[in-house]
Design a protein around this ligand. Structure first.
Ligand SMILES: NC(=O)c1ccc[n+]([C@@H]2O[C@H](COP(=O)([O-])OP(=O)(O)OC[C@H]3O[C@@H](n4cnc5c(N)ncnc54)[C@H](OP(=O)(O)O)[C@@H]3O)[C@@H](O)[C@H]2O)c1
Length: 325
């Protein structure tokens, strides 16, 4: 089978498509014939050497496909079932950029009949992250107000859709008019233009001076001080991303004054219970509600280097998806 690997960190050209033996399932595993992979920011951090990873590494955690083999103890799945997932348990070096992967049966979730493979893959990591941040970390309640940064990004846009269904008031942010429109169409009540507007002023104005109960943070090192001004007493901040650095100065006095809580989240170390709950609800939501994908680029697997160039450029709005066609 074909498998993508990089043997050293660096520019997209470090990725090569190689030949490998097809995996065999262990007793509790299935083998999935991969139909699509989606790329996430972490794929760039690892490939570029910004975060450590064991080498050689197979990129891309998000996948969709159909089951072609089942292990002897597998109960939940049959050959031919269509499934999606994100590889959170195999190690950061063991992604899904291959024609086949062997995966534990508990880490897979069903794709509804009406949803395409590219759409399902593109929702995998962003949905887990948004769901766990909202419902497990922040424990949002209907009627609460939430600030979701980056409402056109993968996690932000998915979080807006889930928060809308749950009855929250939502204010989001965007750095361009097109991104603001995407956040509004996803269900945000208001969107702050990051280029021309002040986040603290806009949030306090929108919330009639009360602030927000919950903040989903996409760049904690840059915005944590603002967060502590606008979060309500006993509010919750979920630090999802900090792409600039991991050294924000935490304003302890404000944290105490607000009786606030800062929650960490990492899908790779989330508990199995959290992943199971989130995965089941996301599959249901794919089938029965308006959780929908936003694909920015679709490329064949053979164009994996080009896909990483797009990822590095950071200009694609929506997920970059590779299809095994
Ligand atoms: N903790 C976890 O388990 C986990 C899982 C998945 C992703 N993440 C992290 O979460 C972040 C978002 O992931 P993604 O997949 O949604 O990425 P994405 O699709 O590339 O979107 C990134 C978003 O972050 C926003 N953003 C970046 N810097 C910002 C700032 N200073 N202020 C406000 N918004 C800012 C961007 O807003 P504009 O485009 O409007 O500038 C954009 O919407 C990344 O840092 C990623 O590494 C963490």
């Amino acid at each position: 089978m074909k498998i993508a690997r990089y043997h050293a960190a660096g520019s997209p050209e470090v990725i090569q498509i190689e030949e490998a033996a097809e995996p065999e399932p262990q007793a509790n595993q299935v083998v999935v014939r991969i139909e699509a992979n989606a790329l996430n920011p972490i794929d760039r951090y690892l490939r570029a050497g910004l975060r450590p990873v064991n080498l050689p590494a197979v990129p891309h955690f998000d996948y969709s496909g159909s089951i072609v083999k089942t292990g002897s103890d597998v109960q939940k799945w049959q050959i031919g079932d269509r499934v999606w997932g994100t590889r959170t348990r195999s190690g950061l070096h063991a992604g899904a950029a291959a024609e086949f992967i062997a995966e534990d049966e508990d880490l897979l979730f069903p794709i509804p009949a009406a949803m395409g493979s590219a759409a399902a893959a593109s929702l995998a990591m962003v949905s887990f992250t948004a769901h766990i941040a909202l419902f497990s970390r922040a424990q949002v309640q209907p009627g609460e107000r939430i600030l979701i940064y980056g409402g056109s990004g993968g996690v932000g846009r998915t979080a807006i859709q889930l928060a809308r269904r749950h009855g929250l008031g939502i204010i989001s942010t965007a750095s361009t008019a097109l991104k603001a429109e995407i956040a509004l169409q996803s269900g945000a009540d208001e969107v702050i233009d990051l280029k021309t507007q002040n986040v603290v002023e806009r949030v306090m104005d929108w919330s009639k001076g009360q602030g927000v109960d919950v903040i989903l943070e996409m760049s904690a090192s840059e915005t944590i001080a603002d967060d502590l001004q606008i979060v309500r007493n006993r509010g919750r901040i979920v630090a999802i991303g900090s792409p600039v650095n991991y050294q924000p100065t935490l304003p302890w006095l404000m944290l105490n004054r607000k009786n606030a809580t800062v929650h960490g989240i990492l899908v790779f170390t989330a508990t199995q219970d959290e992943l199971q709950k989130a995965g089941k609800e996301i599959s249901q939501c794919m089938a029965t509600c308006d959780l929908n994908a936003h694909i920015g680029a679709r490329l064949p697997f053979s164009a994996i280097v080009q896909a990483h160039h797009l990822l590095d450029a950071g200009k694609t709005i929506g997920r970059i998806v590779l299809e095994m066609r």
